[in-house]
Design a protein around this ligand. Structure first.
Ligand SMILES: *Cc1c(COP(=O)(O)O)cnc(C)c1O
Length: 362
């Protein structure tokens, strides 16, 4: 069986390092907001090329905290993509703001910058571009639109750790960049975790208070807040993994190239020349998707759909029954993701390609 994700194989590649990191935390007797977190925050900041990183409880919280730090809440609209992992929407709703979704580009699956102007209202405060599947959105186009309407940009980098736009990594463009360390992400913790990148010291300090009950000095609560901290075990695990991330990303790129060279009869997503993707996922479009997935399962290969239901068709979204976003809808109906992770062998990739190529929709 070729699994869609193989967390055990991943763990085995650096088992000794991970176990000693976890043991170190256990023996330290210090589990929240300590040395491990400070070490990871500064290592991640240096790797990204930024000054300010704040470790938080999850990617969803990273987005919610960035919105709070931007004073966005009840009465405000936030624009994002109709095709994203739903937590992007959860975070917007968590702070009381209203998500407004925009249709996608058919070739990339990313928010279509040409459709944003029409979605802006007097209440719109921010755009959350989602660098879906590991590919950066067109940040130059988004910066122009944001400047035109006086909106802030908060990047959803949950799937794009290390992806570039021009010479810079995603997460360095918006007022905030939000990362997830959910175990299946390219840089995965052994539980929940996330981080927010800030551009200014004022935003950095406000995030540090917000994640820790609004506390500035111990027992002094000068602003609202929540409890959302990256714990010492997760920070130690992430700091252990970070030095390997570039190698893992290279392997993902090699696998993606191998897929592109060998697959035929299916459409995969275009990579844009403005930057380098990190291939968090490898989605393709197929005819008769259920039949395709059954064919793959029969040959021992797991596939998943990212994502089967666009945001505006979710019950939790303030559904306007008539809202149609045709590109996102047809995309969601035909997309399916093939396994892609560093531990996947060339033989496994070749086998997946031959099984995909042998598919004959009835
Ligand atoms: C995973 C993910 C999130 C949420 O991250 P969590 O750590 O699971 O809260 C948000 N947005 C996108 C695009 C994601 O893929």
């Amino acid at each position: 069986m070729i699994l869609f994700n193989d967390f055990n194989a991943h763990y085995q590649t650096i088992a000794d390092e991970l176990e000693s990191a976890v043991t170190r935390v256990l023996r330290s007797g210090w589990y929240i907001l300590g040395e491990e977190l400070r070490t990871f925050e500064s290592a991640f900041a240096e790797w990204l090329g930024v000054k300010y990183v704040v470790g938080v409880g999850s990617g969803t919280d990273a987005l919610a905290l960035a919105l709070m730090a931007s004073d966005i809440g009840t009465g405000d609209d936030v624009i994002t993509s109709a095709l994203t992992a739903y937590p992007t929407i959860t975070a917007i709703k968590q702070v009381g703001a209203r998500p407004i979704v925009v249709d996608i580009d058919a070739e990339t699956g990313l928010i279509d910058p040409n459709k944003i102007d029409d979605a802006v209202t007097a209440k719109t405060k921010a755009i959350i571009p989602v660098h879906l599947y590991g590919q950066s959105c067109d940040l130059a186009a988004l910066e122009t639109i944001a400047a035109r309407h006086n909106l802030i940009i908060i990047e959803d980098c949950a799937q794009s750790v290390g992806a570039t736009f021009g010479a810079r990594k995603t997460g360095r463009f918006g007022r905030f960049g939000c990362f997830s360390f959910y175990p299946s992400k390219n840089l995965g913790a052994i539980g929940d975790g996330g981080a927010v990148v800030a551009q200014t010291q004022a935003d950095f300090e406000s995030l540090q208070r917000l994640r820790n009950y609004g506390q500035s000095v111990r027992y002094h609560h000068d602003s609202p807040g929540i409890n959302s901290r990256l714990d010492e075990i997760q920070a130690a695990v992430l700091a252990t993994k970070l030095p390997f991330l570039d190698t893992w990303t290279e392997r993902r790129r090699t696998i993606a190239a191998r897929y592109r060279a060998a697959l035929h009869g299916v459409k995969w997503l275009e990579s844009r020349e403005y930057g380098q993707p990190v291939h968090h996922l490898f989605p393709i479009h197929v005819l008769k998707r259920e039949q395709f997935m059954a064919h793959m399962t029969t040959h021992g290969i797991q596939t998943l759909i990212h994502y089967p239901v666009p945001v505006h068709k979710q019950h939790d979204y303030h559904a306007d029954e008539d809202e149609t976003l045709p590109v996102a809808e047809s995309f969601a109906d035909t997309v399916v993701s093939l396994p892609i992770y560093p531990e996947l062998s060339d033989d496994a990739v070749d086998l997946i390609c031959s099984v995909v190529n042998s598919y004959q929709p009835a």
